[in-house]
Design a protein around this ligand. Structure first.
Ligand code: IFM
Length: 394
């Protein structure tokens, strides 16, 4: 097991947490689009997932015991508004209990309002591309903020808008399984519109709450730095993958959430488009090449927005648990270096606390700091989680 020699020191108030999303952990999300397609056998069944819906207190207790001081969770729109305009107050009360349990465990609360799933009634109308989806989303967001305002410190509107558009409308891997580039681009545009509508509506009623977005960025590096075509390829990819969305919402953000998993080494392909060249770097169980230094470059690039930054996700699928400590430590080391260069980073959330439902890959990838026994749902803390003892805050 990797054992770092040094410790890393972060400033007082730095958040060190883990991130999760409702559908991936709660279980029994029966009114969502994913559940619908799971029942049809088009994606693996999530079933009880990790049963976080009932075991949240145990999970937050584990988070506290391994040295975390924050958690990012998400709220399931389909639970709050199972039918259009019908608000389920029992669901609201459930989330209040969840959030209060986090507080009792000393965890600062970051809450995502939409993380890949939709109420089935809205999905049937085209999801975020429905004609008034931005108003419906804003209405739902305001309702949640109004009811839970005293129990949340940081709000995130939408998780990974490009990934969400790409998986659902271009790659056809997530519901509704479309493979159409125009539809994916349009969906991205609709997500921009919905984020803006939600941000403005929330801020109009509650000007002091902090609202951001969780944006997935890939760090693209030119294969040959000396070759202008490779440099251009990387630049174009960084622009369309990382900046295009943020630039359009930069006036509607209190903070930027960065989700970072990997980087690509790219060059222009002879057949048009681009090719990725394999970096000689350790690979996760999902074939993702790790590259901690990439987070440094992305953080420095985000400085130009002059907003606080939270690393809202960073994690590795590693069932043998032999890579996770180094992965976390090195990403935090590069984060610290970026902070020394002026990046205003306020926190880091590892993805994820307990092994969870990884969408179309089912329960196979093991991202957790905590191992889940899928039969008994028992939790077992992985050795790698000891790494947080090496991270000092204050
Ligand atoms: O599990 C996902 C999460 O839902 C979004 N970001 C990436 C994670 C790991 O693949």
């Amino acid at each position: 097991m990797y054992k770092p020699e040094a410790e890393i020191q972060f400033p007082k108030d730095f958040l060190l947490g883990a991130a999760s999303s409702a559908h991936q952990v709660e279980g029994n999300n029966k009114n969502s689009d994913w559940w619908h397609y799971e029942e049809l056998g088009k994606v693996p069944k999530s079933g009880l997932a990790t049963d976080h819906y009932n075991r949240f207190d145990e999970d937050f207790g584990i988070a506290q015991s391994i040295g975390l001081n924050a958690m990012r969770i998400s709220i399931e729109w389909a639970r709050i508004e199972p039918q259009p305009g019908t608000w389920d107050m029992e669901a609201v009360e459930h989330y209040r209990k969840v959030l209060q349990s986090m507080k009792q465990r000393g965890l600062t609360r970051m809450v995502t309002l939409q993380h890949f799933t939709l109420p089935w009634w809205l999905a049937k109308r085209g999801g975020f591309s429905a004609s008034n989806a931005d108003e419906l989303f804003a209405r739902y967001c305001v309702f949640v903020v109004e009811n839970l305002i005293n129990d949340v410190e940081l709000w995130v509107t939408i998780n990974e808008p490009e990934i969400y558009s790409r998986m659902t409308r271009f790659l056809g891997l997530h519901p509704p399984f479309k493979k159409n580039i125009i539809s994916a681009l349009w969906y991205g545009h609709c997500l921009v519109k919905s984020h803006k509508a939600a941000f403005r509506a929330i801020k109009k009623s509650f000007p002091n709450v902090k609202v951001g977005i969780a944006k997935n960025d890939v760090y693209n590096e030119p294969a040959r730095r000396s070759h202008w075509l490779d440099r251009l390829t990387a630049k174009v990819m960084n622009y369309f993958g990382n900046e295009y969305f943020l630039v359009r919402i930069s006036n509607e953000l209190d903070f930027i959430g960065l989700n970072y998993y990997f980087s690509h080494v790219v060059k222009l392909s002879l057949f048009g488009g681009y090719e990725t060249v394999n970096r000689n770097a350790p690979m996760s169980d999902m074939g993702w090449r790790t590259y901690p230094e990439g987070i440094y470059h992305l953080l420095l690039d985000l400085k130009k927005y002059h907003k606080p930054i939270y690393i809202t996700e960073n994690g590795i699928a590693n069932s043998s648990d032999d890579m996770r400590q180094r992965f976390i430590f090195e990403h935090l080391e590069w984060t610290k270096k970026a902070m020394e260069q002026g990046a205003d980073v306020r926190g880091y959330f590892y993805w994820t606390l307990v092994d969870n439902y990884e969408w179309h890959d089912g329960f196979d990838p093991k991202f957790g700091l905590v191992e889940l026994n899928n039969e008994t749902l028992a939790r077992k803390v992985r050795t790698s989680s000891e790494i947080f003892k090496q991270i000092k805050i204050g």
